[in-house]
Design a protein around this ligand. Structure first.
Ligand code: BGC
Length: 383
């Protein structure tokens, strides 16, 4: 009984903090966004020395982003705009709020309004084939941003993070920070990403490679049995969907035993699971390990308070700087930096890619990685 009452109080707190977090993300990039160019210079992400002199000559680069509801895409958009404008390009930045058809229309308008280059972070990576063909026919080059564009030969380059590496690092963290032993099994549930996003599949592959041996020997037990990606993915990486699925799993499979590990593929899914766990009466005494991805401001605060165990930090300033070199390559014949020419087969071509390095962060290293790296200040994290 006591457990339930506590759960309800904590639930209200989480909802309140989620609402505050959303407000920060959608209404103001200045409070929640990491510092952009000067901090990037400190971190070596996009230094003035490295950046060539303004050369854009007013050419128009259109940037199609998926949603403003997730903090990382706000950072990505802001960084792309700032870095491109610094080079003299005009930027048309648009968000489609996870509405696939809206993104198609935005891209059609970008083509019609004379964009010289398209940078696309897709909502549904396979749903843009027609509009990508239109761009190709109009001679407009396309760069895939963070998410691979599938089933098209109209894409020139791909800037991303090592997506399988994200899963590997989450898996390694779980393995290294739990005393995994078949004589004292730990329970685990998986909350994976969107099935229409190639990144989600790669992350899952990296994660499973790490944890499969422990599922096989019984050190890890998934009581719901929802181990296959088809059973544990989350369309559009949606927080509410993850919350409901977690509630259902806790009710059906964890009435008599606690869930020890919540393997979430993104911070938004972690918030959903936290609400479900609090609603089910979990407290500090039996709180599970919770993973995430993006090291959002709120997630980093949760890491400090102990509510979330770890996340994967992705420096969006660095990603933007790599993408900008690709824009310059297609518009000015420059040489972009490429470090992968075989992993990203989109079904039509293998897209030449640059993979940035994802970094796991937890209580022990967030200061060094995130604060010293100039991504968030101590003040932002204390607010
Ligand atoms: C990105 C992740 C992000 C997720 C949800 C993925 O494509 O790579 O960084 O957490 O989308 O927005």
């Amino acid at each position: 009984m006591k457990k339930k009452v506590l759960g309800i109080i904590m639930s209200v707190t989480v909802v309140a903090s989620l609402l505050t977090g959303c407000g920060e993300a959608s209404t103001s990039t200045s409070t929640s966004a990491p510092a952009t160019d000067s901090a990037a210079a400190d971190s070596g992400a996009a230094t003035d020395e490295a950046a060539p002199a303004p050369s854009g000559g007013g050419k128009k680069v259109a940037v199609a982003m998926p949603t403003q509801s997730s903090e990382r895409w706000m950072h990505d958009g802001a960084n792309m705009k700032e870095q491109l404008e610094k080079l003299g390009y005009t930027v048309d930045l648009q968000y489609a709020e996870d509405d696939v058809q809206a993104q198609v229309s935005q891209i059609e308008n970008m083509i019609a309004s004379g964009a010289n280059c398209l940078v696309i972070a897709a909502i549904d990576s396979g749903a843009l084939v027609n509009v990508e063909q239109q761009a190709k026919d109009a001679g407009i080059p396309i760069i895939a941003y963070d998410r691979l564009l599938m089933d098209t030969d109209a894409v020139s380059y791909y800037a991303t993070f090592d997506n399988k590496g994200v899963g590997t690092k989450i898996g390694e963290y779980i393995v290294q920070h739990n005393d995994l032993n078949p004589s004292d099994p730990k329970t685990i549930e998986l909350f994976m990403g969107s099935p229409d996003d190639n990144n989600a599949h790669m992350l899952y592959a990296g994660l499973m490679e790490q944890i499969q041996p422990y599922l096989d020997d019984g050190s890890l037990v998934c009581k719901s049995g929802q181990i296959a990606f088809d059973d544990n993915n989350t369309l559009r990486w949606d927080q509410q969907t993850a919350m409901k699925r977690c509630e259902d799993i806790l009710t059906r499979y964890y009435a008599d035993e606690d869930l020890d590990i919540c393997a979430c593929a993104y911070d938004g899914l972690s918030y959903g699971c936290m609400s479900a766990l609090e609603g089910a009466g979990y407290t500090d005494a039996n709180w599970p390990m919770i993973t995430g991805q993006d090291a959002e401001l709120m997630a980093t605060k949760h890491i400090i308070s102990g509510k979330q165990t770890m996340s994967i930090y992705k420096d969006t300033r660095l990603l933007a700087s790599k993408c900008v070199t690709m824009v310059q390559a297609v518009l000015e014949g420059a040489e972009p930096e490429i470090n992968d020419t075989d992993q990203y087969d989109n079904g039509k071509i293998v897209v030449p890619s640059y993979l940035c390095d994802p970094v796991p962060v937890d209580k022990d290293n967030y200061k060094e990685v995130i604060v010293d790296g100039g991504y968030y200040t101590e003040e932002q994290l204390a607010e």
